[in-house]
Write a protein that binds this ligand. Structure first.
Ligand code: ACO
Length: 170
């Protein structure tokens, strides 16, 4: 059964209509829903990194925490309508700074497109949507970290600047 609007992380009306219109008829772009645990959210995230299933109760707790922070967390998903399964996901969250007169910075995180759907410009659509959500939230810049392998993808997306990230050795 498709997710109901009252299950969404943020109002679906925040997503620009122009982005939704660019999707194929077989797909829907919408906010993450509290019931998406059952639509393969963790399986989708494993194309990105280790994402063990934390179970339905922990998923609901995490979702409710994110939803309780107003105007901060925006996770969008693309759903394959015929199977009611998630095929793409991405997040932008809003950092509130003391600099720049209390400016806001958008951080793009955790972009994943299922292997069978890669190459259909879904990654590009997710990035455009997240960038627009960050802009609508009043952010003065949108940033992300990525591996060297993905730099070319983000350059093709064309709208975000990328930064090198330094990690501690494990
Ligand atoms: N390297 C170079 N170019 C790429 C790459 C890549 N890894 N991936 C896509 N592109 C190009 C495409 O060829 C296309 O170019 P074109 O416009 O000239 O035809 C353009 O980028 C847009 O591609 P999409 O079809 O939108 O890409 P896709 O939907 O396949 O998603 C993504 C790309 C998100 C990198 C996907 O392959 C994926 O999920 N990979 C595994 C997880 C991952 O690495 N996520 C990003 C982590 S970084 C972060 O989350 C901030």
């Amino acid at each position: 059964m498709p997710a109901r609007p009252d299950e969404f992380l943020f109002p679906a009306s925040d997503i620009p209509a122009s982005v939704k219109a660019a999707l194929g008829d077989d797909l829907e772009l919408r906010p993450l829903a509290i019931s998406d645990h059952a639509r393969g959210h963790f399986e989708l995230l494993t194309v990105l990194t280790a994402a063990p299933n934390i179970g339905k109760d922990a998923y609901i707790d995490r979702f409710e925490y994110l939803r309780s922070c107003p105007n901060t967390y925006y996770t969008v998903v693309i759903v394959h309508k015929a199977t009611d399964q998630l095929v793409a996901v991405g997040t932008v969250f809003v950092e509130r700074k003391f600099t720049r007169s209390g400016g806001l910075v958008a951080h793009i995180e955790d972009i994943a497109v299922s292997k069978k759907m890669q190459g259909r410009k879904l990654g590009l659509l997710i990035i455009k949507t997240l960038e627009e959500l960050g802009r609508q939230a009043g952010c003065y810049k949108v940033i992300l970290d990525c591996s060297k392998e993905n730099i070319a993808f983000y350059e093709k997306c064309g709208r975000v600047s990328w930064n090198l990230e330094f990690k501690h050795k494990e």
